[in-house]
Design a protein around this ligand. Structure first.
Ligand code: ADP
Ligand code: MG
Ligand code: ZN
Length: 313
């Protein structure tokens, strides 16, 4: 009998849950908005309600539930240590109360780690053995699959590739360091670069797009598409930096493939061309040819990643 699992994707905007089959088919999905001011108990109850709704959709009981959560996750003990988007998730044990309510085992994993396993099992990394996945969104996250298994590290912190340091004198990062890859080329960082460009007066199209508010990474992409040379240069610089970061990690891991997901991919080849070139420029020997593939899972990446974590158990 084919196994069915419950998958959850808890981001900053939406809590989503689905019933997923072993082959990655989504049978049903539900979504509620995140309530940022919820108490821990309130948040737990809302999540439990959502998961119960999904659980009771099918006639057969899912074998497990797995939740992909943005933040620092202690998967071993089923705790969220900290989640930037969901303040109630602070040193909160999630799996025990949820598992009692659902009557099945509940797992949690960092969302980028789950995404790596999702790409490996269902997406752009199918058929490979070793995979490096990078999420290029508000921040930069990642996950590592080695020999078909998620590499978690001693404390489950492995894959935080947004926090490799490229410039010790660089901009401060949310993690407390300076010059992290994320602080230099993540979505917030590119938004800051965009805003600086507007203030310099050298990017009239961008200024028009962002008029009346702070410019974002998305605005930068739009200005580039409209042909603004300064915006294109800024994106290319970001892509180069990300490529340097990924190329450095390739020299450590020598994966079969690098897969990418996240909102910054909306910058298209403006970002990807220099990213690929930067990566190839410093990866050793044949590793310079490591394929860089875009996620094929789209908006379901989080859910399918969570499902992959449950199915790997
Ligand atoms: P997260 O999962 O971290 O919330 P996303 O993967 O949704 O983030 O990406 C959000 C980031 O992508 C923001 O920095 C936003 O400005 C940027 N973004 C949104 N749309 C686009 C676009 N079309 N092109 C480039 N960047 C975009
Ligand atoms: Mg996300
Ligand atoms: Zn950092």
């Amino acid at each position: 009998m084919a196994r069915i699992v419950i998958a959850g994707d808890f981001g900053g905007t939406n809590l989503r849950a689905a019933l997923v089959t072993e082959t990655g088919e989504i049978l049903v999905r539900h979504e509620v908005s995140t309530t940022p001011d919820a108490s821990p108990d309130g948040a737990l109850e809302g999540i439990g309600d959502l998961l119960m709704k999904v659980r009771d959709y099918g006639s057969e009981l899912p074998v497990a539930a797995s939740l992909a959560v943005a933040g620092l996750i202690d998967g071993e003990n089923g705790r969220v240590l900290a989640s930037p988007n969901i303040p109630a998730f602070r040193n909160l044990g999630l799996t025990l109360p949820l598992s009692e309510r659902l009557g099945i085992p509940v797992l949690i994993a960092n969302d980028a780690s789950a995404a790596a396993l999702g790409e490996f099992r269902f997406g752009a990394g199918q058929g490979t053995r070793h995979l490096l996945h990078a999420t290029l969104g508000t921040g930069i996250g990642g996950g590592i699959v080695i020999d078909g298994r998620l590499y978690k590290g001693t404390q489950g912190l492995a894959g935080e590739l947004g926090h490799i340091v490229l410039d010790t004198d660089g901009p401060p990062c949310g993690c407390g360091s300076r010059g992290c890859l994320e602080a230099m080329a993540g979505g917030i960082a590119l938004g800051r670069r965009a805003q600086r460009l507007v203030e310099s007066g050298g990017a009239p199209i961008l200024a028009e797009i962002a008029s009346g508010r702070s410019a974002t990474a998305g605005d930068l992409a739009e200005a580039a598409r409209r042909g603004e040379v300064a915006a294109i240069a800024e994106i290319r610089e970001g892509g180069h930096i990300i490529g340097i970061g990924l190329g450095s990690i390739i020299n450590v891991l020598n994966p079969d493939v690098v897969t990418l997901s996240g909102g910054l991919l909306g910058m298209g080849d403006f970002l990807l061309d220099p990213l690929r070139a930067g990566l190839a420029s410093l990866a050793f020997g044949p590793a310079a040819n490591t394929p860089v593939r875009i996620s094929t899972l789209g908006a379901d990446a989080g859910l399918l990643g969570a499902a992959a974590v449950a199915l790997a158990k």
